[in-house]
Structures are given as C-alpha cells and as structure tokens.
Design a protein around this ligand. Structure first.
Ligand code: FES
Length: 163
C-alpha cells in the first residue's frame, strides 16, 4: 500500500507547519494505518523543518504510538488479575489458534488482525474482557471468540466484495 501523504498535509494545514504539529500529525497517521509507517518520518520532518530523528523520538516516546504494522482489527485481550482469574488465558489461546498467531507473531499476514494482551482494561466487573478496536466485549468465552472471529472475517470479506 502506498503511503498517503495527504493525511499529513491536511493536519499541517490545520495545525501549522511547526514542530508543535508533530503529535497531531502522528495521531492522524496512526488513526489511518493503525501504526506509523516509516515513510511518514522523512516527510513530516521536512514539512515541519526539524530533523527526522526528532520526529522519530516523539513517536517512540509516547506509548500510544506504534511503529509496528498492525491489523485492521486490533484485539486487546485483558490479562489483568480479574480477567486472569476468570480464565482469560484459554481465550487468548483460542484467539491465537483461530487467527494463526502466537506470542511472537501478533499480526496476521493479511494485516486484518492483531492480537495483543493488556494489563487491565478498567472493566474488571465484566471479566474476562477484550476489546476489538474501541468496542468492549464482556464475559468472553472460547465459544464467543469463535463467533466473534467469524463475524469479523465476514466483515472483512464483505468489504473486499464491495471494494
Ligand atoms: S483485569 Fe481485566 S479489565 Fe481489569
């Protein structure tokens, strides 16, 4: 996929061509790609007239920015205490099995799915919990994982047909 530089241009037009625009630009890029592709760095640096290392430094400083390619659906399974006690581990294993992922391989080759663990999603009363992008799924079970992945795959397939 070619990088879409117009995302950067749009934000810079709104925020100005200065170093203070680096964070909003990185946010916009991440929103579009779910991570910050390499191609963004030299372009942002040139437009705001700072060194590329500085833009890279901002991107690596904030935990919310990712430099690693992520899938269209980012599935975050909670492995905090409440979820762990309510058996989040078999749910994580079921997710990885369904998607052919592992501890080392977190994103599917087709870039549709990323599976990550997080330490607490702040919804312990609904444990075990996972999130698909911004959507919370409460009281998960292995059966529910199977149904959920089926739905997400159908969604991907439908989009491909209509693309
Ligand atoms: S421990 Fe899972 S939401 Fe808090």
């Amino acid at each position: 996929m070619d990088f879409d530089y117009s995302i950067i241009d749009t934000v810079l037009k709104e925020w100005g061509y200065g170093a203070s625009s680096i964070i909003p630009v990185l946010h916009a890029v991440q929103e579009r790609y779910h991570y910050i592709p390499r191609a963004a760095f030299p372009y942002i640096a040139k437009q705001v007239d700072v060194g590329e290392a500085r833009v890279y430094g901002v991107a690596t400083f904030y935990e919310n920015f990712s430099l690693e390619a992520k899938g269209r659906f980012i599935i975050r399974i909670c492995d905090g205490t409440a979820c762990h006690v309510r058996k989040s581990t078999p749910i994580l294993e079921a997710l990885r099995t369904e998607l052919g992922l592992s501890v080392q391989k977190r994103t599917s080759d087709d870039l549709n799915f990323t599976v990550e663990t997080v330490s607490c999603l702040g919804a312990c009363g609904l444990a075990p919990v996972l999130m698909v992008n911004d959507e919370v799924h409460a009281s998960m079970t292995e059966e529910k994982v199977h149904a959920l992945i089926g739905e997400l795959k159908t969604e991907v397939a439908t989009e491909v047909v209509h693309a």
